[in-house]
Design a protein around this ligand. Structure first.
Ligand code: 13P
Length: 250
């Protein structure tokens, strides 16, 4: 089963509007075709409309970093998935480790957000860390990524093609210490097994699974050579256009 490689940047709470638009203008004509490699950038909501305009007619996909699970209402300070979709945003990161740790987001909340994103035709880029669990199914015991079981609850099988999952061990994020290819492959393999467990083997083979955590131009191609790693989710090294393009080209 051939899955298209993905390089995704997560800018977190960095950049200013002019730098965000300048970045898009610099890279947009250098990108591979989307059947060779899908390239996406997630940025603060304030930048998204201008980034979408700058990226028009290019294969660059523009993502949000988070959204809420209601479309409208009295939720001061939250970002509506409907508004993101209406603006032309392609998708949104959900369940990033920083949202889970700093903002105490639970798997139950993230599950509501995944369903809301799908309802609004936004592609969820669902992040999960190294939390593994045992699951007993019939007489068999499986090792699964326990967060995924809750995060994807009630997601219909036909919506799985819109979802990408990123395995980001919390200790590897921003530490300069990437998981080695064997550890990263193990995490991504377990995510794929979890999808097979929840749905079926075909769904698992179709799912794009990324690795994230201290990815750089040196380690990216080694990580992506592993069977179950379809791409990388990159924080710090996605901020400069030259470094980001090195990652895309690697
Ligand atoms: P770093 O690439 O800076 O480790 O960040 C990873 C990350 O959190 C991407 O979502």
């Amino acid at each position: 089963m051939k899955r298209v490689p993905i390089i995704a940047g997560n800018w977190k709470m960095n950049k200013t509007l002019d730098k965000a638009v300048e970045f898009v203008n610099v890279i947009k004509d250098q990108l591979p075709s989307p059947d060779q490699c899908r390239v996406m950038i997630a940025a603060q909501p304030l930048f998204l409309a201008d980034m979408i305009r700058a990226a028009a007619n290019s294969p660059l996909q523009i993502f949000a970093e988070n959204c809420y699970y209601h479309d409208f209402g009295a939720f001061t300070g939250e970002v509506s998935p409907l508004s993101l979709a209406d603006m032309g945003v392609d998708g949104t990161i959900l369940g990033h480790s920083e949202r889970r740790k700093i903002f105490h987001e639970s798997d139950e909340l993230i599950n509501k957000k995944v369903l809301a994103a799908l309802r609004n035709n936004l592609s969820p880029l669902l992040c999960c860390d190294e939390t593994m669990g045992r699951k007993v199914a019939g007489n068999e015991v499986h090792w699964v990524v326990s967060r995924i079981l809750t995060d994807l609850r009630d997601v219909p099988r036909e919506d799985l093609s819109k979802i990408t999952i990123a395995y980001e061990p919390s200790w590897a994020i921003g530490s300069g210490q990437s998981a080695d290819p064997v550890q990263a492959e193990e995490g991504c393999y377990l995510i794929r097994q979890t999808i097979a467990d929840m749905y079926d083997d075909e769904a698992a083979q179709q799912m794009s699974v990324l690795y994230g955590g201290s990815v750089n131009a040196e380690n990216a191609s080694k990580l992506m050579a592993s069977e179950d790693i379809d791409g990388c989710l990159i924080g710090g090294n996605s901020l400069k256009p030259e470094t980001f393009m090195q990652l895309v080209n690697s």
